[in-house]
Design a protein around this ligand. Structure first.
Ligand SMILES: [Zn+2]
Ligand SMILES: [Zn+2]
Length: 757
């Protein structure tokens, strides 16, 4: 029997060819296997029919752990047998099939970790030790097929020792493209902040010592640079906050081990699993009662972002010191992509850090760390990036056409929807300037190329002024793709429906801002979305509240709080007492009051985020937003141990949940109850009110599923209360599990609207 087998999925860079080789030889088959330019694998088999059948069975059942098989296409071949053995062939550039992709970067495996620590092993202490089961993939691949010469490992020709293992079918590094050792692989070195190389025999452990002593370092990893510092000394952290102009935004940390994490944070078994998975994301963990790390790491938050080491280099940093963890925050200038090149790092970070720990391998594609948190057993993606991108999200239904989503503005990603697979890019960031726009455009094109997709439609936001909208218009024109504009909250709910394959849903969508179909600012919406996903109805929303001073009110939520409270009471005395929280003090307070009086200088919003911001101000939890979501995040932290003392009944008028009275009640009771209880009461009111709105509308429209999406769905208190209310009423309550709830999921929602319609 002679057959040709084409396999699509994630089959390059995961030890697939060696697996095929061994399986073919074991089944006494002849022929070849090779990688193809479309990220798929092509196999030719010759031999007895039962052996071929047994091979195909093994292919499905025994595939390597990191491989994902989407499709196996077999074609019977005529003619005589041509091969006298089974061989791994040189890759072909042929690209015929679409929808395969390369794997994400994979954390160091246990076998490699053992070798790293074994003084007798030739790769003892080699910081970039990898094998077919681990190491960088997405961040080093420049083009397909996945061969060393198409990656940034090209500059490191393998030595005889590594070559021997590379050619040995019984070795774990058989055909491992990233195979390297101290002799032939990338080298690490320490430099001063000016870039002068310091001669150390062991630069990585030296870097660990420098961190422990209180120095700030820039450390190059797989997908970009981190800025690193001590977690137990305040001085370097204070300095870091000052030079990075980052007053409050939490720093992620990398911990020595799981055991160490348990000394300062609470870790559930689900969190433990996620932390140690091969994706090694940053997980937001609740600080324990015995939390002893510096308060400067995550100020006024009840949780802290923790990850475990994912390369040999990271493990070695901890070797010579006792520190429980190091700060490891993405190195980038405000609103710029993460830094990936050595020159750029020297130029940009020289004034921030004391030393650089470089390595001499280029990063082909930058990739930030992923961030998630657990709501009990449910995983919530805050950022889906390293360890996940570009692996596809598998959907139940096939798209009618291949569509790209370019996302919104903040926390952006892009997405290619092909058939039943959604390839979401790594984290791009806030697309407001040239650099992030270029990053978005290049990443999208790279993803289209990697997946060999024939795009037919491009989807973007409804906002006419977004950079992403303009880019989509340009790409549509250049390539003849159909342009589809999708309203922001519609994209969120469509994403949730596609993820769970539900035909109709009443969706609660809460976040900071989205451009509404009426051109107004939306952000606390109840939408009905039905089969086909292409249309939606806005059924209800939060009460409209004024944003005095527009964007200024987002930065200084005192403006919103005052505007809302002034509807119920004479707010002037309180505002004057607290005017120091406005940048221009009393003078600014007077202007605000007169604007409210005259009804000028404001736009209105139904945003849920802005209401939470106002509560944060009234409770003195946060007066200035220095990073996205700050007041609302701090309010959730303040509420973490609270209870509902106000027990306010949701006030619903004409499909609209009132928020003025709720804020007023919080204000009136602010000296009567503890802050944590009032913070919780506000959450409870909003969650119950939104759930009630959704239940009423679902009942009226005979819809069985309620969903919760948008950035506010990352809030555990809101989500758990809304879930309880919805489930008590007998409805299904759905949240995101594999797609970010926040704006990182917008590109996916746009793509499904563009692709299913
Ligand atoms: Zn390994
Ligand atoms: Zn070597």
């Amino acid at each position: 029997m002679r057959i040709k087998v084409s396999v699509t999925g994630i089959v390059q860079g995961v030890g697939f060819r060696p697996f095929i080789y061994r399986t073919a030889v074991r089944n006494q088959l002849k022929g070849y296997v090779r990688n193809r330019g479309d990220a798929g694998v092509e196999i030719l088999l010759e031999g007895e029919e039962p052996n071929v059948k047994s091979f195909l069975k093994d292919l499905k059942e025994k595939k390597p752990p990191l491989a994902q098989i989407h499709q196996i296409i077999t074609t019977d071949l005529q003619g005589k047998e041509e091969y006298d053995r089974f061989t791994i062939y040189k890759s072909s550039n042929k690209a015929e099939l679409a929808g395969s992709v390369i794997p994400p970067d994979i954390a160091i495996c246990n076998d490699c970790l053992h070798e790293l620590k074994n003084p007798k092993d030739p790769r003892f202490d080699y910081f970039f030790i990898t094998c077919t089961n681990c190491g960088p993939r997405f961040t080093i691949i420049e083009k397909l097929p996945y061969d060393r010469e198409n990656t940034t490992m090209r500059e490191f020709p393998i030595c005889d020792f590594c070559a021997k293992e590379y050619k040995d079918p019984l070795n774990r590094r058989f055909h491992a493209q990233t195979v390297a050792c101290p002799k032939c692989g990338p080298k690490a070195y320490l430099t001063t902040r000016e870039g002068k190389t310091l001669r150390f025999k062991d630069p990585i452990r030296e870097a660990g010592k420098l961190l422990s002593e209180g120095h700030i370092l820039a450390i190059k990893g797989y997908g970009g640079f981190h800025v690193a510092a001590s977690t137990i000394k305040d001085k370097p952290l204070t300095r870091l906050r000052k030079t990075k102009h980052r007053n409050q935004k939490p720093f992620a940390i990398m911990a020595r081990s799981l055991e160490t994490i348990k000394t300062f944070a609470n870790v559930s078994s689900e969190e433990e699993q996620t932390l140690s998975s091969y994706a090694r994301p940053i997980v937001l963990l609740n600080k324990s009662n015995g939390y002893y790390l510096s308060d400067i790491i995550a100020p006024a938050l009840h949780n802290v972002g923790v990850m475990l080491s994912y390369t040999g280099l990271h493990y070695m940093l901890f070797d010579g010191v006792d520190d429980p963890a190091f700060v490891m925050t993405s190195a980038n200038s405000p609103n710029q992509p993460i830094i990936k090149d050595n020159e750029e790092a020297l130029k940009t970070l020289g004034s921030t850090v004391d030393y650089f720990l470089f390595h001499n391998r280029q990063i082909a594609h930058r990739c930030d760390d992923s961030v998630m948190r657990m709501h009990g057993k449910h995983q919530v993606f805050i950022r889906r990036s390293r360890g996940y991108a570009p692996a596809p999200i598998m959907l139940q239904k096939k798209a009618k056409r291949c569509a790209v989503g370019l996302g919104g503005e903040l926390n952006n990603t892009s997405c290619i929807l092909f058939e039943n697979k959604a390839f979401i890019s790594q984290h791009i960031g806030d697309v407001e300037n040239v650099e992030t726009r270029v990053f978005l455009e290049n990443t999208t094109k790279h993803l289209i190329h990697l997946t060999n997709s024939k795009v037919e439609a491009i989807a973007c936001d409804l906002h006419p002024k977004f950079t992403t909208t303009k880019l989509a218009q340009q790409l549509a024109e250049e390539n003849g793709w159909q342009l589809v504009q999708v309203q922001h909250h519609h994209a969120h709910i469509a994403a949730l429906m596609a993820e769970h394959d539900v035909k109709e849903m009443v969706g609660i969508c809460c976040d900071g801002y989205g451009y509404g179909i009426d051109g107004e600012a939306w952000g606390g919406e109840i939408l009905l979305c039905t089969e086909g996903l292409s249309e939606f109805k806005r059924l209800a929303h939060l009460e409209r509240q004024p944003l005095i001073g527009g964007d200024l009110a987002t930065r200084y939520p005192m403006r919103i709080a005052v505007a809302i409270l002034s509807k119920k009471t004479d707010i002037e005395p309180w505002l004057m007492q607290n005017s120091q929280y406005l940048p221009h003090g009393e003078k600014e307070a007077q202007v605000i009051l007169s604007q409210i009086d005259k009804g000028i200088g404001s736009v209105e919003t139904t945003s849920c985020g802005r209401v939470l911001d106002a509560v944060a101000v009234v409770l003195s939890v946060c007066f200035e937003r220095t990073y996205e979501g700050e007041p609302a995040m701090k309010l959730e932290s303040a509420a973490a141990n609270g209870k509902d003392v106000l027990k306010l009944k949701p006030a619903i008028e004409d499909h609209c949940l009132q928020t003025t009275n709720m804020l007023y009640e919080i204000f009136e009771n602010r000296h009567k109850y503890p802050t944590e209880d009032l913070a919780y009461s506000a959450h409870s009111y909003l969650a119950k009110g939104l759930a009630k709105l959704a239940i009423d509308e679902a009942t009226r429209n005979d819809v069985k599923a309620i969903g919760f999406s948008g950035g506010a769905a990352c809030n555990q208190i809101l989500t758990s209360i809304a879930r309880k209310v919805a489930e008590t009423s007998g409805l299904k309550f759905l949240v995101h599990e594999t797609i970010p709830s926040g704006d990182g999921g917008i590109s996916f929602g746009q793509a499904v609207v563009g692709g299913y319609a």
